[in-house]
Design a binder for this molecule. Structure first.
Ligand code: ATP
Length: 488
């Protein structure tokens, strides 16, 4: 596909969305009521894939690093948390409406898309200077300047085709709700817009009870909620999503070294998962958030262009300092090595489980022509594939189903296995290709005599004859996280 062929890109995304729905990965939420914008449900294979990705992240954080432990904090938090963190005052996106189409856009996204257009046409300098100009205006909170930039760049609404824009305004992304049973006694609280604050407010609890010494990290996976202005591009931008965040607490002054170390570690993680090197890139932020002294995105080349999958941020001591001030409880750590008390600095790695899912899905989606025939399959790494193996008796009689069931029994305690006997073997192979099952194991009449089965490999469609007694070891070897971890 030509890189700047937007129609082809849209078609590819459409194919991916259709495939995800048709084969049990992702459905629009409450679809029978026509769905809810930017909210999605995961199906039978989607939930398996997502759980595998979450487990892979969790184990690579908490098991591979003896100085990282996990927590699971509540979604609801004391409302002062969000005052201290700055979210009440400044968790805003700049929005702009087109007066003709009445459609609402994120002003920064419109400008970024324009810059991406320059980049695609080879004008890197113009792209950089546009992003730089936007960064400065946003930094200075010059919203009128952002509006002028949109107009001067000739950015038009993709629907109406006009540049008849309203002024640019800030829009707070937090959802609020009430706690308390009687009207007079209610308090407004927020659905957390990031999981990080649950880690910060527990910093001392974890440090003391798990006896951690700086440098150490706290990892968490959990839901976050943002009232996103532009809700499009499938599960790339959702209003309810899951984050996997790790806050790494370090001695002040060492944060830049740790920032670089974590950026390198995280890039390696994505490559180990099978993302090609030219599909992932680092992108330094033009505008730093109020809490950061350095920040970058790891971007993946989605069908709609390079976009953020993960953020790596040097958050300074901002959050702990703010919580110390607002709670009036000391958030200090005594460092026995240098005999000093200090508030640690923090490096954060933050990735959305859903965006990781989308990246993995896009990366795995293969739609190719082989010998004049179209073949679609999902090329997941076996360690994260939703189903590891399908056990398929060649026919529904002659004792083959019973033999196949014995194999299922032997494997199902350690692997997610499917048993299927309906339709021709070729059709059954195709069905497994479509959900990304790496191995199909066929049981035939010969199996009853020699206890050998045929393994058919998803990516090559090559077949080999293997003793039943070797299946467990084969699957263990292919599907173990170890094969990914060893590359990090
Ligand atoms: P963006 O610029 O795309 O809005 P962000 O910079 O606000 O993202 P962060 O606050 O750094 O994102 O969040 C960390 C990670 O959480 C992102 O890299 C992304 O993977 C995920 N994430 C953030 N917002 C969403 C969302 N609305 N839907 C799905 N995942 C999200």
């Amino acid at each position: 596909m030509a890189k700047n062929d937007t129609t082809a890109e849209n078609t590819q995304l459409k194919d991916i969305i259709a495939h995800a729905k048709e084969y049990g990965f992702v459905y629009p939420s409450s679809e029978i009521y026509d769905g809810l914008q930017a909210v999605y449900d995961y199906g039978a294979y989607g939930v398996e894939l997502k759980n595998n990705l979450k487990r892979l992240w969790w184990e690579s954080m908490t098991r591979l690093h003896d100085n990282i432990v996990g927590i699971d904090a509540a979604i609801f938090m004391h409302p002062t948390t969000w005052k201290a963190s700055g979210h009440v005052d400044s968790f805003n996106d700049p929005m702009v409406d087109n007066k003709d189409s009445k459609k609402r856009y994120r002003a920064d996204v419109l400008i970024e898309d324009k810059a991406a257009g320059y980049e695609k046409s080879g004008d890197l300098e113009r792209a950089q200077s546009l992003l730089g100009a936007m960064g400065k205006l946003l930094e200075a909170e010059d919203l009128a300047g952002v509006h002028d930039l949109i107009v001067n760049e000739g950015i038009v609404c993709p629907i109406s085709g006009t540049s008849n824009w309203t002024e640019v305004r800030q829009f707070n992304l937090m959802f609020s709700t009430q706690v308390g049973s009687v009207a007079e006694d209610t308090t407004t609280i927020y659905l957390r817009p990031e999981t990080a604050q649950g880690i910060f407010v527990n910093f001392l609890n974890v440090q003391k009870t798990a006896r951690m010494k700086v440098p150490f990290g706290i990892a968490q996976i959990g839901k976050a909620f943002r009232n996103e202005i532009v809700a499009r591009q499938f599960i790339f931008r959702m209003r309810e999503f899951e984050q996997m965040e790790m806050q790494f607490f370090v001695r002040p002054g060492t944060e830049m070294d740790w920032y670089k170390t974590w950026a390198a570690t995280r890039v390696k993680w994505h490559l180990a998962l099978g993302i090609p090197e030219d599909k992932i890139r680092k992108h330094d932020h033009e505008k730093l958030a109020h809490y950061a002294n350095a920040a970058m995105d790891l971007e993946y080349e989605f069908p709609f262009g390079f976009k953020e999958v993960e953020g790596i941020h040097s958050r300074t001591d901002f959050d702990l300092k703010q919580h110390q001030e607002f709670s009036r409880k000391k958030q200090q750590y005594f460092d026995p090595e240098i005999n000093q008390n200090y508030i640690p600095y923090v490096i954060e790695t933050s990735i959305g489980a859903d965006r990781l899912f989308l990246m993995t899905f896009c990366n795995a989606f293969v739609d190719e022509e082989v010998d004049g025939k179209q073949r679609t399959y999902l090329k997941f790494h076996p360690a994260i594939a939703p189903v590891k193996a399908a056990i398929l008796p060649l026919v529904k009689k002659d004792g083959l189903p019973e033999k196949a069931r014995e194999i299922v029994e032997a494997l199902k305690y350690d692997f997610n296995i499917i048993y299927e006997e309906a339709a021709s073997i070729g059709k059954r192979y195709t069905r497994q290709d479509l959900i990304g099952t790496p191995f199909c194991i066929a049981v035939d009449h010969q199996t009853l005599e020699d206890n050998m089965v045929t393994i058919r490999h998803r990516d090559t469609t090559a077949q080999e004859r293997v003793p039943i007694s070797e299946l467990h070891a084969r699957l263990s070897e292919a599907c173990s996280f170890r094969r990914i971890f060893e590359k990090i």
